[in-house]
Design a protein. Sequence first.
Length: 246
Amino acid sequence: MAKLVLKDPREFRDIIQNASSVVSEGVFRISSDGLTMKELDPSRIAMVEFSFPPSCFEALDSEGEERLGVNLEELLNVLKRLRPDDSMALESDKGRLTVSLSVNKYTRSFKIPLLDLGGQETPTINVQYTSRYSILADGLASSIKDAATVADEVTFSSSKDESLLISASSDKGSVEQRLTRESGMILDAKVAEEATAKYSLQYLEMITSFRGSPSVILEFAQDKPLHLEYKMPDGASFQFILAPRL
């Protein structure tokens, strides 16, 4: 049995909303270290991971490590009922996850059946990234939307001058834009080796719609998986890994 009371229920809702756009179910790992989830999508092209450390909770009670199989789409349906002033508690007991939304002395409790998702561990993906950027999250999302107007894949190209070229092309046309420090789009950068890689826009459009952090860390290498990480002020993080198109 585990019980969690979140400090920022809306942050939790927003992360679940974006994670559920890639995977429909996942295993919540709850312990004294907080709450985490790491799952591959069914096609094994993308992986989502999020973590909420103890600093994200008003209360965190767990008997050792507990693993809860959760239907993220059903959970999101409940979280959409969150009101601006609601507090939120999560509690597992007897094969169900109870989500309690409370304001003043009024509480609404939703019960969701837990899933048996087995004990298979999601593999850790180890990549030696050669290009790393800290980018304004809104700027990256806008660039991805621009690319999606003409193609279904986008190309990232890093340069030694630490600029980042984002381009896309198809029979419908082409678009490219170069992000730089001078433009204010790039907050920090480290390019050990220039690299170029292509990725699916279907996934990137969904993930970059996340608005929980003003900036995002973007990492890639030549024809290697892309890594995005959003870090929140309270210590929560939301990560996404996407296989390249070769």
